[in-house]
Design a protein around this ligand. Sequence first.
Ligand code: FES
Length: 171
Amino acid sequence: AYSSVITVEVNGTAHTLTVDHRRVLLDLLREDLGLTGSKKGCDQGQCGACTVLVDGRRVNGCLLPAVALDGSSVTTVEGLADGDALHPLQRAFLDRDAFQCGYCTPGQLCSAVGAIAEAEAGHPSHVTGAEVPSGRPVPLTRDEIRERLSGNLCRCGAYPHIVDAVEDVLT
Ligand code: FES
């Protein structure tokens, strides 16, 4: 099998790794680096449980070949908190009870971080087609939040509380 040496930063720590070209980012994180926060749900790019940030953009870890990460910076759910201080979205998810079983939560959190950054960067909403002016507070409606997080499924149906939590950090 073909493999390559890549250098990748994960949650602020640089790693030089030899990766098989068939290996995906999610397996690299969970099995090689022991970062098991990111979850494997469908393993087909459908559920979003594996969502992490690569250079600030959301990706499905189950789809992305790890070899493509050379020179990139990856943030997983383990990297969201600042020491003992939870990320504001983590705090909001707790305050709003935005989960039941919690399996989708790491992906929901990473996706929400990416979605807010996209909105702040002015990426248009698919719901309204309107560009979002950059800068806080980002005036996302509940429908826009739902649409922007539509790649992340929750089998428990915690969606209303997830939207509540994201609204909290936007206001
Ligand atoms: Fe990657 Fe479902 S495990 S999208």
